[in-house]
Design a protein around this ligand. Structure first.
Ligand SMILES: [Zn+2]
Ligand SMILES: [Zn+2]
Length: 174
């Protein structure tokens, strides 16, 4: 679901990534306005756990997984920022595209191809958590922890064999 106004490309990229990686057809769940009570003025960022709570209060996941996409910068307690957040083995996740954009790092123009790859990677990563996967030590695995955009660019949007095996144990044969 869109959290605030979200670029259509970000939405389509998310749906494509979910289909390509998990063979699941994602449905759009509408827009939830960003709650100002989750906004930290000093930091100029939204608290991701707050947005997640908000999402849970507004949409029931049932047997599905709900992933929220925001263009805004988000943070978690004790972290300067996060690319996303997910409930480990739960039903909800959030991805922020703010720091996936080259323009965030000073580029004058967006690199659309790179942005799509980054969004796919982060979406697959957060969904991996929702499916119960923790961080992986393999640098190129999508479940590697991204501390910076360099880490994100280093990994692929694919699971390594160890993570694939874990997923197949819960019935996901990728
Ligand atoms: Zn993670
Ligand atoms: Zn892995």
């Amino acid at each position: 679901m869109k959290l605030g106004s979200v670029n259509e490309t970000s939405v389509q990229t998310t749906k494509t990534a979910i289909f390509e990686r998990f063979k699941l057809k994602a449905e759009e769940a509408g827009t939830l306005p960003l709650s100002e009570s989750c906004f930290n003025k000093k930091r100029n960022q939204y608290l991701s756990s707050c947005l997640m709570e908000d999402m849970k209060n507004h949409i029931s996941a049932g047997n599905n997984i709900v992933i929220g996409i925001t263009e805004k910068d988000i943070f978690a307690r004790n972290l300067n920022f996060v690319f996303g957040q997910a409930e480990l083995g739960g039903r909800y996740a959030i991805v922020s595209t703010a720091r996936l954009k080259e323009t965030f790092y000073g580029a004058s123009q967006e690199n659309e191809k790179l942005l799509k790859k980054r969004i796919s990677t982060e979406v697959v990563h957060e969904l991996g958590h929702v499916l119960g996967l923790e961080h992986c030590l393999s640098r190129h695995c999508v479940m590697f922890f991204s501390n910076s955009i360099v880490d994100t660019d280093m990994k692929s949007d694919q699971f390594c064999d160890v993570c694939k095996n874990q997923l197949s144990e819960i019935g996901f044969h990728l």
